[in-house]
Design a protein around this ligand. Structure first.
Ligand SMILES: NC(=O)c1ccc[n+]([C@@H]2O[C@H](COP(=O)([O-])OP(=O)(O)OC[C@H]3O[C@@H](n4cnc5c(N)ncnc54)[C@H](O)[C@@H]3O)[C@@H](O)[C@H]2O)c1
Length: 265
């Protein structure tokens, strides 16, 4: 316990108590961190983040992660509220317009695809670039984003989110180089098991796929709570030399070819 004592952080993406970011925020505070919470203005209206803010005694600062001025305001305000530079940032943001509007991958609307990339991947670069320019992250800080194995393997219903995740993971490596050499800040992505959240359940056939992944993984699907524990470890000083990595948190799924459980079902 108290792995994050004295540390300060910004958590993006808590919409409701199923959100992975919600669990990460709870665990960070449990481990002694002070945090600010943020989400898109529309999510603040429809989501339940206010309740989380009260529970954790954390301020909520609206920011559309695709808008530089929102990110600047968020980071400056966070430093004011928390009393200085931050030590960790979680990017837990994903949304596909073509998936949401049920456009098939072979009939993509490209304006929507660009918006999807902006929200789900380029926002990560924007966030890191803004944080670097504002010199907002302490030496040996840690920046994390959440991703999915569809960046490496084909999962047809994941559609354009596959390319979003490939781009996101590439930003972690490329920006990780610069953040590391300039500021000793590490940047990683966590590739999480399917998880029953608003974003996850938006993918067609999600429930069937969730069960399949559970049977394919020797340890079963990793839960959002366990993902939060992993995030705490990666924000802590116990992982200071881990950077530019895509780290699987998936119960072993990524190294499987076939399991007896799936064969027999
Ligand atoms: N649920 C899964 O199966 C799963 C698996 C692997 C990775 N992930 C990733 O985990 C992350 C979190 O998703 P989740 O499953 O907790 O779902 P979620 O729906 O709870 O979280 C997605 C968040 O993105 C936010 N968001 C959307 N547009 C935004 C914008 N313009 N600016 C700021 N925030 C914006 C939403 O408001 C929401 O809070 C995503 O990157 C997702 O792709 C999810």
């Amino acid at each position: 316990m108290n792995l994050l004592e004295g540390k300060k952080g910004i958590i993006f993406g808590a919409l409701d108590d199923k959100s992975i970011a919600w669990k990460v925020a709870e665990k960070c505070v449990e481990h002694g961190a002070k945090i600010t919470l943020t989400n898109a203005p529309v999510a603040l209206r429809f989501g339940k983040i206010q309740a989380l803010g009260e529970q954790l005694n954390s301020e909520i600062i609206p920011a559309d992660a695709t808008k530089i001025e929102d990110l600047e305001n968020l980071i400056n305000q966070s430093m004011d509220i928390l009393g200085g530079k931050v030590d960790f940032i979680l990017h837990s943001i994903g949304m596909s317009l073509n998936v949401r509007k049920k456009r098939h991958y072979t009939d993509i609307k490209y304006e929507w695809m660009q918006k999807t990339f902006d929200i789900s991947a380029i926002s990560f670069h924007k966030l890191m670039q803004t944080a670097l320019k504002l010199d907002a992250v302490n030496d040996w800080g840690s920046v994390l984003a959440l991703t999915y194995i569809a960046a490496q393997r084909t999962f047809p219903d994941y559609s354009e989110m596959a390319e979003s995740k490939a781009l996101l993971e590439s930003f972690a490596r490329s920006f990780g180089y610069h953040f590391g050499t300039l500021k000793k800040v590490r940047v990683n992505t966590i590739s999480q098991s399917p998880t029953k959240t608003t974003a996850g359940s938006g993918v067609k056939g999600f429930d069937e796929f969730f069960d399949y992944a559970d049977k394919m993984s020797p340890l079963g699907n990793a839960s959002a709570e366990d993902c939060a524990n992993y995030c705490v470890a990666l924000f802590s000083d116990l992982t200071r030399y881990v950077t530019m990595q895509n780290l699987y948190h998936d119960g072993g799924f990524s190294n499987m070819g076939m399991s007896e459980q799936v064969l027999r079902s």
